[in-house]
Every structure is written in C-alpha cells, then in structure tokens.
Ligand binder design. Structure first.
Ligand code: AMP
Length: 510
C-alpha cells in the first residue's frame, strides 16, 4: 500500500479539520492538503516527467509546504530524500548525486550556494511550484510494501553518509508502533515540528495524518523554547519530538518563566542519551508528559519505548533503573543482545544491540558492502552497546566505537557522565578515551560549567569515587564553553577525541 493513502483517507474522513498551521494561523484543512498533494503528484509525474521509484529531494526548513511535497511525491510513487537544511552545500551535493535525485524542492535562501548537478531545483515559494499546484489531482499510484518511500542519509559522524532505505511497509509499521507503544492521537491533537522534519520528527507526521491531527510549524522554523511554550498554551493538546538537549532547554525556559508545560500533551524524547537527573527534573517541572523512544535511521523511532506510565511509576522497586533505560522493545521488533559473532547473550550481560522486525530497513542505497556488514543473519547490527534486564528493559551503554578500554577494563562513558551530571555546577559533560602508553586508553572528561560556577577537580573526583570504580574516574577534566554537536544536536565524540590529542593547558580544571 502507498503510504500516501493515509492522507487520502483522512481527507475523506475529516475534510474540514485543520491540517497545517504556521504558528497559530491555519494554512489549510485536510481537504486542501490532500488536494495540493494530489496536484503536486500529477505535476511531478506528468509535467516534470518523473516515474515511480525516481528520487525527489527535500532541502527545506520546517515549513508549511513540507507535508504537501512529501505526500505529493509519494502519491506519484516517488522516493523522498529528506536533507537536513543545516548541512553544508557540498554535503547536500553529495546526497543529491548519490541518490540520483531528479528534483530538489528548496527555498531561495537554502538553494543559493547549491550546485545541484542534474537535479532540477524547485523553489517552494516560486512560480513553478505554484503552477505544479494548479495541476489536476491524482489518486496515489500503487506501491508494493517493499518499494522505497524514504531515503534518509545517516548523520555520518564518521565517514560518508549512507542512504538508509525505508519502504512503505517500514513506515507503516513505525506508524502503528507509535499508537501501540508511544501515544494515542485524537483528531484535533497537534503535532508540533520543533526538530528538523528531515529526521524522525518529520516521520511522526504519519501517525498524526492518519489520526486527522493538526500539524504545527513554528514561525521561527525551528526550536525556540519560549515560542513553543506559548504556542502550546494557545493551541492545546500539543505533542512533539525533542532531542534531550531540546528537552533541557525547554525545561530551563519553563522554570525561568514559572510555567509547567500547560498545553503540552506529550514530548517524545530520544536520539541521544537522556540522563536520569535530567528526565527527573523535566518531570518535576513539567509533569508526566514524557515518553522516550530509542531508534536509529536504520529502524527509525521504532526500537524501544519507555512509556509515560513506566516513567511515572515511582513506587516500582526498579524505577531508578527503568528511568535510566530506554524502555522495552516496540511491538514490531525483537531485540537481542549479542556477542561479536551474533550469538545471543543472557539477561544482564552487555553486548551489541541487534534488532529485527518490520521497521528495519532493507539496506543502504547502492552500498551492498555496508548492507552486508549491518544486516547479518536477518538482524540489524545497531553498533550500540546495551543490556536487557529480566523484565525486558534495555539499557544503552554506548555506541560500540565510544567504548573506552583502559588497562583491559571496559568503561562506558555514559556511566561516568551520569555521575558527573549530578554536580550542580555542571551543565553538560562528555567523556572520551585518550591513547595512553601504559593503559591503552585513559578517561578524559569535557565539562561545560553552569554560568557562575567554579569547578574543582578534587570535588569531581570525590563525586566519581563515591559511586563508580576508581579506574573509571577521569584522569583529566577539560573545560569547554560548549560541546561540539552535529546538526541534529548529537555530541561529536570524534571531534572531542581529536581535541584530546592537543589539550590546551589553560582550560584544565584546577
Ligand atoms: P540516528 O541514526 O542519527 O538517528 O542516530 C541513532 C543513534 O542515536 C542510535 O544508534 C543511538 O546511538 C542514539 N540514540 C537514539 N535514541 C537514543 C536514546 N533514547 N538514548 C540514547 N541514545 C539514543
């Protein structure tokens, strides 16, 4: 089934319901959203001459046109290539060339520096776009479940990004998991796009289209905590996806203004580690509005979920461990913790997290070697290290490449980070390994202090020694004004490891 059928269905069931809003202003209802998508589909196939299976890239800020382009391309059977607008023009060009995109939908500010090669650029604010929108509508063309719908380039913290293929079946399965494992959605609820729509936040439009919910694009086009808190109070029943750093900023902003997140129904967080102290504070300030998910481009948003009920179950004897976990397997997947040769490990043992099930990608675009390395014996090898407990809760230790081995002992940076974050003077921290002649690697902590706080190595050491083994304690603490992050807000540990080779003495914590 073509995933675009979901919009057709909602447009029949809820034609008059508000569909897309820019801030609090309604741009169109479901009838009009479906009309525009159908017209674009006709325009792309008949006027531009694209055939099902060809690629169409979206290089856009979060904007009201995003959904109509997405569903328009799907209606015509095309493969959407979502591109993060924060990427450098040369990175964008790589993705356009690798995917063989025939068209790139963009806007004047983003397209200015771009040499799109053979891809035709269409400005979503331009005349050509308007004329495509004036085409007659079309019903979505048939797509088989294994046809590709979404070609997402991994954020590529190392090496060239790879194109993850997501089929119509993959996306439908992720959508049904949203209802089964993350949240219910009622017609009239609002999905607010604070994180880039080119990533998982954008994929969450699908359950909201299926349920006839509103889709809200903040006027800032991105993440502004004050704007979001104000919009939520005005629009009510607002849900959104937020990376842990965004949750932190939202909570800080709510605290500073004496707000409690009124109007927010659900914040789904994930995409990077959420430390126990941070989610505790978030719930204390904003209430039980949070659900965690764990996923990756290769199985987007759909590996595990930690429900709001589990987060709220303070009386459970294992509540603390559960809150620090990423929850239990979502309904469509199985999880295995495995040794390097793929053999399953028992509960309580640490190994690589493997996943299989309907949301798992069929492979990387045009890259059989990488596909063979990642999909083995029917399992997706995530590259994440974790542990399952007897109740089925998965705890993430680290990415396999972030593991530090010092004196033959494994040190999971996250464990050390969790401890350091308990210090009231620390805003952010990242722990990495640095080559060491005797030990192989030694532990190094990069620390971002809270404004007005002075840190002291003795105090930080004492904090570590009070809860983790001596050998895990950082041998050095280095101050940074901020941690290097990629355009999705993920901490770039590779950049930190490079910094570690040339430490700047003035930045040591005394
Ligand atoms: P990406 O493919 O860019 O979405 O990155 C996926 C990676 O982010 C995963 O493989 C994990 O390492 C990390 N990640 C995603 N969700 C979580 C989570 N809830 N907690 C910790 N790390 C996460």
């Amino acid at each position: 089934m073509n995933i675009a059928q979901l919009l057709v269905r909602s447009a029949r069931t809820f034609p008059d319901r508000d569909a897309v809003l820019l801030g609090a202003r309604v741009c169109c209802d479901y009838r009009e959203l479906a009309r525009r998508a159908g017209a674009l589909g006709t325009g792309l196939s008949q006027r531009v001459g694209l055939r099902p299976g060809e690629r169409v890239a979206l290089l856009l800020h979060n904007c009201p046109q995003y959904l109509e382009v997405l569903y328009g391309a799907w209606s015509a059977g095309l493969v959407v290539v979502p591109i993060n607008h924060k990427l450098h023009a040369r990175e964008v060009e790589y993705i356009l060339a690798d995917s063989g995109a025939r068209v790139v939908f963009t806007s004047a500010d983003l397209g200015a520096d771009l040499q799109p090669g053979p891809a035709a650029a269409i400005d979503v604010n331009g005349a050509e776009y308007l004329s495509l929108l004036a085409s007659d509508g079309m019903a979505p063309v048939h797509r088989a479940p294994d046809d590709i719908a979404w070609l997402f380039y991994t954020s590529g913290t190392t090496g060239r990004p790879k194109g993850v293929m997501q089929t119509h079946r993959n996306l439908l399965s992720m959508t049904l998991c949203y209802f089964a494992d993350v949240d219910t959605v009622r017609p009239g609820d609002a999905s607010l796009y604070a994180a880039p729509m080119s990533h998982g936040a954008g994929l969450y439009n699908i359950p909201h289209v299926l349920a006839g919910a509103r889709h809200v694009i903040p006027e800032s086009g991105g993440f502004d905590p004050d704007e979001i808190l104000a919009l939520a109070r005005e629009l009510r029943d607002v849900s959104m996806f937020a990376a842990p750093t965004m949750v932190k900023r939202l909570v800080d902003s709510a605290l500073a203004r004496g707000l409690d997140g009124d109007g927010i129904k659900t914040i789904v967080y994930g995409g990077g580690p959420m430390y126990a102290a941070d989610i505790q504070q978030a719930i204390a300030v904003m209430g039980p509005r949070f659900v965690q998910i764990y996923g990756q481009g290769e199985c987007p948003m759909a590996i595990t979920a930690l429900s709001r009920e589990h987060l709220a179950n303070l009386g459970h004897p294992r509540h603390a461990q559960r809150m620090a976990s990423v929850g239990v397997a979502q309904s469509s997947v199985e999880i295995r913790i495995a040794q390097p040769d793929g053999t399953a490990l028992p509960c309580g043992e640490t190994g690589e997290i493997l996943v299989r099930g309907d949301p798992v990608m069929p492979g990387y675009w045009g890259n059989t070697a990488a596909t063979a390395q990642t999909l083995r014996d029917g399992w997706l090898h995530t590259g994440d290290i974790g542990e399952l407990d007897a109740d089925g809760f998965l705890s993430l230790k680290d990415r396999s490449k972030d593991l530090i081995i010092s004196g033959g002992s494994n040190i999971y940076p996250r464990e050390v980070e969790e401890v350091l974050l308990r210090h009231p003077g620390i805003r952010e921290v990242a722990v990495v390994g640095r080559p060491h002649g005797e030990w192989g690697e030694e532990v190094l902590a990069y620390v971002v202090p809270r404004p007005g706080h002075t840190l002291d190595t003795g105090e930080l050491d004492a904090l570590c020694l009070a809860s983790i083994a001596r050998f895990k304690r950082p041998r050095q603490y280095l101050l940074l004004d901020e941690l290097p992050k990629n355009s999705y807000g993920k901490v770039l540990k590779t950049a930190l490891r490079d910094l570690g080779d040339s430490p700047n003495d003035r930045r040591h914590i005394p």
